[in-house]
Each structure stands twice: as structure tokens, then as C-alpha cells.
Design a protein. Structure first.
Lengths: 515, 501
């Protein structure tokens, strides 16, 4: 393993700017790492569904050329130019396949770039490839990918979280310094928690959703995945901002994120512990590390207060009505008529309805079908008020809980996920147990507020990483970076370095031999 | 198989018709309702589309502000209230002309509601039609079913889909149930659709060409015994796309319903298809009020906020209302009430206005549109505007007549050529050699031949029987194939015979 891949994005950016390394060297180092440890569906990390070698190196070479020419060519380069990045395969990209982790999109190439991808290209960040995910981002373990699971770099027999397990694992395994994820109920933060990485769900509307294949439009949000709080801030600032192609994108998004991450000060800040997000159902080691973080913040001058959000207990139930309802609608377009898979009925009449039905039967996995059926039912005439309508009311109550809590606290804090990474296959046959992984992350999506997960240490009972979640009021994303940077620094002092230094080395030869 | 019908008069004796209309108006915005793709009719299939119109993965809609403004203007012109805040919803159904398998439409909070439209009937009386709502939505793509006998999806070998129309902005105008029209129901139907068409054209928000589907009408008809409060079961005849067809479809449905009810059977609530060739409807699909479209608020769009200031600024932009315009035009043109009403009923008011604007006199414009063009339309069984004659053609024909280049008889032949696609009237005159023969030398030799052939007629004329000159003129016209100026021929005959005319 070369040192290059161990650097943070900020450190790489500094080295590139100082011409200590070239963008081609940095990109090649990550491509080599992917080749060494990523493996395939059966072996290795399997974070990537597609590796974009040629295009990534071409972009890197262009950055190097500009730096060599100097002048405005070099001066105009974005701070992150030449820093490679991985993109969750739910986000469309010209020149690479986009599958959403589903058979129904196998081989499909988008003719357009997502807005966030356009921004990556404008900043000349080499895109290393597309990362694995639960099919259409539906899941908490990446086991629902139609292309095989991603494995947690801390223990290849365990899940990397989901749905963005690919992006989190790629960053945790040093295959990429940065990645893009999407978070509908915790798909950035929960994988961050179980892989010892940082993940941020921005304020709803803070980052354009144009080109992110929709699961639940009113909950989805694209956000950064990284190994440090500052790196997430750098990426968040690049991808954020108003987009005329997304009517729900904010015209006045949060600013000063990188500055907040660099300042990092919690003196006098009120940090609210959400009573409902802890206790029963949370692993002892998770709670122990969480309480230690509270102590560190208190020692650093923060005021730790308790807040109650009584309606959070209904969040999971309401989420599992709103999300499937919207998903059932958003996924209607996958019918074999215009793009993607088309499966003809094996026998009987060749009508358009039957071609659509057999395409959807063959193309969607069980979890996707489960949610389409749930959502179709919840939206049906006669049930709408009882299900979708009631769930929307719960959503309003959750927003009020947040409003009340933020009257007493500047940021809220909780464990990100109730447990550390579980074994592959452990919860695959128990959807309800799987859904509980997102119990602490879902309220932020329901209310549209921003959330950040950062590593909080290793649970005593299994030595696996746990996540600390910070939540802030809408448009106050900067507070997450300000508090997150302080906590990260205090924890790393305690650990004597980044948490991933404690992760077992991924030995390429073992992966190859296993193959 | 055609359905049994009662005669219209018998139907009217027994039953009281109730009507309802859903008129879809395609807006003529530069771009589509939710995407930046061009909104243009008639281009190569699937060229005016982008990823949004095709419903590709990851796309999001953005509302066309111009379309919202046009919708508000339509609402105002229909005397509606404008919602201060309204939303879009998703209406779900799987069909290949709808790329997302849901239509983005408005559901329970339309942008305009509670209006009315005063419709003038042919006798000059006014019938008020109450407007329930006018809401915004997007059009679907256009399917063409290939093979199979019916041109419908059932039985087709394959189907082609053109998404150029997908996402074109539509305003759907829905009436409240229209009661009390009685035997004037078919006429009211036509007059109502004509009035809506006139309004949207006058507002400049739609090209309003029914033959292109810019204005499409779904006509609901039900019958009930006189004196009964409760409405009968309705049928909905879809996409009736000309004014005449609206009138005919309503008349047919009244007669069909009456036959069904009169024989003691019940009407099936269903959609019907209008057939221009047989002047009848056939059964479409059963439609119940319980069709489940699983509507829910479109999460990708924000509510449309129509501030009073915005609405008032749009109101200030509204053009002269059609009724006021008609009053003004009648005065300008000097038509009698009867002449003017006939023009309105023939649906050629706009054409005459354009013809006058292009340089013809009001009398000439009426002569053409209510004469030769109306005659041909009747023969072809189409609306006069659908015949393909443009105001420019009329003006050019008139100019050719006035210059003496052609006469009325030749003008009709020139029109044949124009309608056959042979070019402008001047082109047709040229290519068909239809110019009036004005060469006196040619005429003189034809006259000499005619006089020689009928010496006894020549003698009569010489003897002072001037009216006998007609027979010679006729002979000359025959020789010149009607291309001679009859007045000039008469002059030359008299001069040849040395008789004073």
C-alpha cells in the first residue's frame, strides 16, 4: 500500500497544489488499490460495480497539464482538482453504466450527467467509478444489490451498511478518498457509522437531486462520504447550491462549511442529547462510546442538555409509508418500453401490459417489489388518508419536535445506528429487523434537517466502529462541521490517529487467493 | 355493429339531456410544461424530446412559468377564481404514451375554479355554462398502432410512439353539469366548444387548431326523465375533434341513450369513441368513478403561488373579450345581424378577419368564406377552416379577379388547383393556362368564326335584336374554353357588326 491512498482529500489537494505529486500518480494509486482489494461479487470488498480507469486518468492528466502550464490554467483549478472520487451508482454519469444496483438497468448508459456529476467534472475530479448499493437504494446492508454484496473492510464477513455500502466501503478501504452517496433514511450516515467513515446528509434541497435516480423524492438527498470531517465539508461545498433543474433545491443554501470545519469550536454551544434515540435496542458498546463522546464535548466547553422528541417513535412507521408510496410512483417508469431491461412473457399473449409486467417481475428484486407493493397499497383510494395522509401528519409532528428541540440546543446528538456491522445474511430474511438500523437516522429525512455521522470509536464487544450522529436545523449545516471537527480531533487524540489506522490490513494476496 | 337510436325528436319528447364537457387546450408555449424541450407540432417524431420528456432515470420536472401565466389567463377569461396556492399531483396509470407511467396533473386544487362562460346560440340567445375548474397538466405522447383492422392497440402488430407531444402543456377545462339545454343540447355543445376555442385563440395562449388536436373535447351525455332531479348514467365520448363532430356526437349519444333507456335497459358508464365516417360512437373502455389513479402530491414540485399582484398584472394583459370583439367586427364590416351570425356559426370569423386584414374588402371576404369555400366544405363534410384555404389565397384570388386576369368561373378552377397542392393561385393560373384571353386578335378570330357559323343570328343582331348577342358570346366562350372576358367579347361582336350597344 502506498502512502498516497492514506491521505485525506485535503492533504492530497495540498500536495497536488504544491506539485509534490501528480494527479495521475494519485489516481493511479487508487486504481491500483481498487485492483488489489476490490475483488468481485464473491471476494474482496466489492465496493465498485464499474471502474472508470481511462476517463479518470485522462482527467488527472488534464489537471497535471494545467498545473504544468501554470498561469490562469493552474490558478483557475478547483481546490479538489485531481483528487479522485467514487460515485454511488444511483447517480447518472455519461460514459459509464448506471445500474442503481438493479438488473432492470443492467447495461444502461445515461445520455446526461447528474448536476453533481457536472460539478465534479467542472472541478476536474477524476471519477474512479460507480459504487455498489442496495437495489434502488432500498436497504441497510448493500446485500440487496443485484450484483452481489459489498463487504465491510473491517471484517469481510460483515455488511458495510446500506444503501450506500459501496461508497462507504470504498472510502474505508482507501480505494477512494471521497465518494458521493445518497441518503433517504440514513443511506449515507449508517454506512459511515459501521465502516468508521464520515458521511453527511445535507439539508433537504441543499444539493441538487437532478440525476439521482429517485427512491423517495421528498426524502432523498445527495451528500459527501469521506474519512475526515473537513473532506466532507470540501465536497459538500462543491456539490451544493441552487440548481434550476431541481425545483426543490434551495435558493439560499448553507455556506461557510469548510470554514466551520477549520474553525471547530464548541465552547458555549448547547448540544442536545435526544432521549428517544438511545437506550433500549442500542448495543452496549455503541452507547458506551457515545457517552464518552459526550464527555469529551463537555470537557471542550460544550453544554450538554437533554431534549425530548416524543414523536420520533412514530418516525420509522411513517417513513415506511411515505418512502414506499413515493418509490412505487418513482419506479413506475421502469417498464421495458424506453430503456433498460425488456423481458417478454414466456407464453400467452404479447400485450404491452404483459411485457411491462414480465419486465418488472424479472428486473426488480424482492425488496424493491416489497416496497412497490406497500406503496401502491398505501396510495390506493380508500387507504390514502389512513396511510399516506396519516404519515404526512406524523412528519409534521416530527418537524415540530425538531423545532422544539432546537429551541433548547444548537445541535442534537445521538448514536448513528443502534448496532455495529452485523454479519452478511444475518437479517436478510427479516425485513423489520433490517429496517430498525435506520431508526436514528430517519427523523432527519422526515424533517429535511441536515445530519452528519462521524466515527465514535470501536465497540468493546466486537471491536467494530460505531457512529456519532450530529443534527442541526435546516440550512445550518455549518454547525455540523463545526462540532464534528472538534469531536473528531478530540477522538483522534485519544486514539493516537484516525480510526481507520485500527482497521485490519486488507491483504491483496488473500483476496486473490480466495478467488 | 351499430347501436339502435331513437329519432332526435322522439328522444327529446321522452328525455331531458344533461351535458358536461372536458376541453383540453394545448398551450403554445415555446417549451414544454416541465422541460426545456421545444413545443412544436409536426416535427420528425421523437426529436423534440430531452431526458425529462422521455422519463429517463434521475430526471426532475420544472414548471414552465409561461404555461402557468397562460393558464391563469384562461381562468380569468372564463370568469374563474384563481387559486392563491395550488399544487401538482401524480396520476398513475401504465400506458406507453406516458413515459413516467404517471401524468403530472392537478388534482384537488386546480389553478382556476368556479367560473362561467356565456355562450351565444344561433338565434342570438345566451346560455350560461358554469365552469367547475380549469387545471394544468401535461400531454401524453402519440401512439400509432400498426397492423390490425381497427387502428387501436388491441389487435395491432406493433405500435409506434412519438414523444414530441409528451409534456406539451395542457389546460383542461371542466364544466359543471349543464342542465336545461333541451333540444338545443347539440347546438349548445358545438357553440360551447367554439366559444372556448375562440377565447384561447383570442388570448394568444393556444394555436387553437382543432384539426391538430390543440383543442380536444370529451363530451359527457346523460339523459333523465323530465322532472327527475337525479342525473342519469353518463357516457363520455373522447377526443371529438371538430365543432361539427361535437354537435353530431352529442346528438348521436342522446339518440342512443334514448333508445337504450326507452327499451328498459340501462346505460353502461363508459368511454365512447366517435367515428366521423359512420357518424356514430362505439364502446371504449368501462369507466367508473372508482378508477384508482393513486393520486398523491407531486413531491418534486413546489406549490404554485399566484399572488394577487401577479394575477392582476395578467388580467391587465387580457385582450378584448370575444363578445366585444364580435360587436366591433360586425360594425367595422357592416354585416347584417343575420350575415354576421351565419359567419360566426360557420366558424370563419377569424378567417374573415385575417382576410380583411390581408387586404380584401369585408364583402369579398364574406363572399368567399360563406360562398365557394362553405360550399366545398359542405360537400367534403368538413369545417370550412379544415378545407385548407388560407386568407392569403382568398386575397390573391380576389386581386386576380379585380385585375381582370381571371374571372369568377376561372377563380373556382384556380382554387381547385390550389387545393390540389399546385401552389399559389398565380402558380395555378400559370401552370393550368387559365388567364382570361384579352388578346383582341385571338378574340376577333373566334368572333368571326362564331358569326360565320350562325349567320342568321348575326342578321338578327344587325337588325337590332341586341339580346341575340348572347348566343355568339356563348360560342366564343366555348372556343376559348371560358377564358375570355365576356364583356369585351360582347363589345367586339357589336363593333364587328356595326351595331351600337
Amino acid at each position: 500500500m502506498t502512502d498516497l491512498i492514506k491521505h485525506s482529500a485535503a492533504a492530497l489537494a495540498a500536495k497536488l497544489a504544491a506539485k509534490e505529486v501528480s494527479a495521475v500518480e494519485v489516481t493511479q494509486a487508487h486504481l491500483d488499490r481498487i485492483a488489489a482489494v476490490d475483488g468481485d461479487a464473491e471476494h474482496g470488498v466489492h465496493a465498485f460495480l464499474h471502474v472508470n480507469t481511462e476517463q479518470a486518468l485522462a482527467v488527472a492528466a488534464e489537471v497535471d497539464g494545467r498545473r504544468a502550464r501554470g498561469g490562469s490554467d493552474a490558478a483557475d483549478l478547483h481546490e479538489l482538482a485531481g483528487v479522485p472520487i467514487a460515485v454511488k451508482d444511483l447517480i447518472v454519469t455519461i460514459g459509464q453504466p448506471t445500474t442503481a444496483g438493479s438488473k432492470i438497468l443492467q447495461g444502461w448508459h445515461s445520455p446526461y450527467d447528474a448536476t453533481v456529476v457536472k460539478k465534479l467534472r467542472a472541478a476536474r475530479m477524476p471519477i474512479l467509478g460507480k459504487t455498489n448499493l442496495d437495489e434502488f437504494a432500498m436497504g441497510s446492508s448493500t446485500e440487496h444489490s443485484a450484483y452481489g454484496p459489498t463487504r465491510n473492510p473491517w471484517d469481510l464477513d460483515r455488511i458495510p451498511g446500506g444503501s450506500g455500502g459501496g461508497s462507504a466501503a470504498a472510502v474505508a478501504a482507501f480505494e477512494a478518498p471521497l465518494a458521493l452517496g445518497t441518503d433517504t433514511g440514513g443511506s449515507i450516515r449508517q454506512p459511515g457509522a459501521v465502516t468508521g467513515t464520515v458521511g453527511v446528509k445535507p439539508t433537504y434541497g441543499g444539493v441538487s437531486r437532478y440525476g439521482a435516480i429517485a427512491m423517495a423524492s421528498s426524502l432523498d438527498q445527495i451528500g459527501p462520504v469521506s474519512r475526515t470531517v473537513l473532506d466532507s465539508a470540501l465536497l459538500h461545498e462543491l456539490i451544493g447550491g441552487h440548481d434550476p433543474y431541481d425545483s426543490t433545491s434551495l435558493t439560499d443554501p448553507s455556506t461557510g462549511l469548510v470554514a466551520a470545519a477549520r474553525i471547530g469550536n464548541v465552547k458555549g454551544l448547547r448540544i442536545g442529547v435526544v432521549q428517544e434515540l438511545g437506550g433500549e435496542g442500542y448495543q452496549a458498546g455503541v452507547l458506551a462510546r457515545f457517552n464518552e463522546s459526550l464527555d469529551l464535548l463537555r470537557d471542550a466547553g460544550a453544554q450538554i442538555v437533554e431534549v425530548s422528541c416524543p414523536n420520533f417513535v412514530y418516525a420509522l412507521g411513517a417513513y415506511y409509508l411515505i418512502m414506499p408510496s413515493e418509490a412505487s410512483s418513482n419506479l413506475a417508469k421502469f417498464d421495458g418500453v424506453r430503456f433498460g431491461l425488456r423481458t417478454l412473457p414466456a407464453d400467452g399473449a404479447m400485450t404491452i401490459e404483459r411485457v411491462m409486467a414480465s419486465t418488472r417481475a424479472a428486473g426488480f428484486g424482492d425488496e424493491v417489489k416489497r416496497r412497490i407493493i406497500l406503496g401502491t397499497y398505501a396510495l390506493s383510494a380508500g387507504y390514502y388518508d389512513a396511510y399516506y395522509g396519516s404519515a404526512q401528519k406524523v412528519r409534521t409532528l416530527i418537524q415540530r419536535d425538531f423545532d422544539a428541540a432546537f429551541a433548547h440546543a444548537d445541535v442534537l446528538i445521538s448514536p448513528t445506528a443502534p448496532t455495529t456491522a452485523f454479519k452478511l445474511g444475518e437479517k436478510l430474511d427479516n425485513p423489520l429487523a433490517m429496517y430498525l438500523n435506520d431508526v436514528a437516522t430517519i427523523p432527519a429525512n422526515m424533517a429535511g434537517v441536515p445530519g452528519l455521522s462521524l466515527p465514535g470509536g470501536l465497540a468493546d464487544e466486537d471491536g467494530l466502529p460505531i457512529g456519532i450522529q450530529l443534527l442541526a436545523p435546516a440550512r445550518e449545516d455549518a454547525r455540523l462541521y463545526r462540532v464534528g471537527a472538534v469531536l473528531e480531533e478530540l477522538l483522534e487524540e485519544r486514539w493516537g490517529g484516525p480510526i481507520l489506522n485500527m482497521a485490519p490490513e486488507l491483504v491483496a494476496t488473500q483476496i486473490m487467493e480466495a478467488k | 355493429m351499430t347501436d339502435a337510436t331513437l329519432s332526435f325528436d322522439v328522444a327529446m319528447e321522452k328525455f331531458d339531456p344533461v351535458l358536461g364537457f372536458e376541453v383540453h387546450v394545448e398551450l403554445n408555449t415555446a417549451t414544454k410544461m416541465f422541460s426545456s424541450a421545444p413545443n412544436v407540432f409536426g416535427d420528425e417524431p421523437n426529436t423534440n424530446v430531452n431526458e425529462v420528456d422521455l422519463g429517463l432515470p434521475g430526471v426532475l420536472p420544472v414548471v414552465n412559468k409561461k404555461a402557468v401565466e397562460s393558464s391563469i389567463k384562461i381562468g380569468l377569461a372564463l370568469n374563474c377564481r384563481i387559486a392563491e396556492s395550488c399544487t401538482f399531483a401524480r396520476k398513475h396509470y401504465f400506458y406507453p404514451d406516458t413515459p413516467k407511467n404517471f401524468q403530472t396533473s392537478q388534482y384537488d386544487d386546480p389553478i382556476a375554479y368556479d367560473g362561467f362562460l356565456d355562450v351565444e346560440l344561433s338565434d342570438g340567445s345566451i346560455f350560461r355554462v358554469e365552469i367547475e375548474r380549469a387545471h394544468m397538466e401535461e400531454d401524453a405522447g402519440k401512439l400509432t398502432h400498426m397492423g390490425g383492422a381497427t387502428g387501436r392497440i388491441q389487435g395491432a402488430d406493433f405500435s409506434l410512439v412519438d414523444y414530441n407531444r409528451a409534456g406539451v402543456p395542457l389546460v383542461e377545462i371542466v364544466t359543471k353539469p349543464i342542465q336545461g339545454a333541451g333540444s338545443r343540447a347539440p347546438e349548445l355543445a358545438k357553440a360551447y366548444v367554439a366559444a372556448v376555442r375562440e377565447i384561447v385563440k383570442n388570448l394568444g395562449v393556444s394555436d387553437a387548431k382543432m384539426e391538430r388536436g390543440n383543442v380536444r373535447c370529451d363530451a359527457n351525455v346523460s339523459l333523465r326523465p323530465y322532472g327527475q332531479e337525479k342525473f342519469g348514467t353518463r357516457s363520455e365520448t373522447k377526443n371529438v375533434n371538430s365543432l361539427r363532430a361535437v354537435e353530431n356526437a352529442v346528438r348521436f349519444e342522446i339518440q342512443r341513450h334514448a333508445a337504450v333507456l326507452d327499451s328498459g335497459n340501462t346505460i353502461v358508464q363508459e368511454t365512447r369513441h366517435w367515428h366521423e365516417d359512420t357518424k356514430s360512437t362505439t364502446s371504449g373502455r368501462p369507466k367508473s368513478d372508482a378508477d384508482d389513479y393513486r393520486y398523491f402530491p407531486e413531491p418534486d414540485l413546489l406549490p404554485i403561488l399566484a399572488t394577487p399582484e401577479w394575477v392582476e398584472s395578467l388580467r391587465a394583459e387580457l385582450p378584448e373579450p370575444p363578445a366585444a370583439r364580435r360587436k366591433r367586427l360586425q360594425a367595422d364590416w357592416g354585416y347584417t345581424d343575420l350575415e354576421f351570425r351565419d359567419v360566426v356559426n360557420a366558424g370563419v370569423l377569424d378567417e374573415i378577419e385575417e382576410t380583411v386584414a390581408a387586404g380584401a374588402s369585408a364583402a369579398v371576404a364574406r363572399k368567399w368564406w360563406m360562398g365557394e369555400i362553405a360550399r366545398r366544405a359542405k360537400l367534403a363534410d368538413v369545417d370550412p377552416v379544415a378545407l385548407g384555404v388560407t386568407p392569403a389565397v382568398v386575397v390573391e384570388l380576389d386581386a386576380l379577379i379585380r385585375s381582370g386576369a381571371i374571372n369568377d368561373k376561372l377563380a373556382r378552377e384556380v382554387l381547385d388547383g390550389v387545393l390540389a397542392g399546385e401552389g399559389t393561385p398565380a402558380d395555378v393560373v400559370q401552370s393550368r393556362g387559365l388567364a382570361v384571353v384579352s388578346d383582341d386578335g385571338v378574340l376577333q378570330s373566334a368572333i368571326d368564326t362564331a358569326l360565320a357559323a350562325q349567320p342568321e343570328v348575326a342578321d338578327k343582331i344587325r337588325a337590332g335584336k341586341i339580346q341575340a348577342v348572347g348566343a355568339i358570346v356563348g360560342g366564343v366562350m366555348k372556343v376559348t374554353k371560358g377564358q375570355a372576358d365576356a364583356g369585351r367579347v360582347r363589345e367586339l361582336i357589336l363593333k364587328t357588326l356595326g351595331v351600337e350597344g
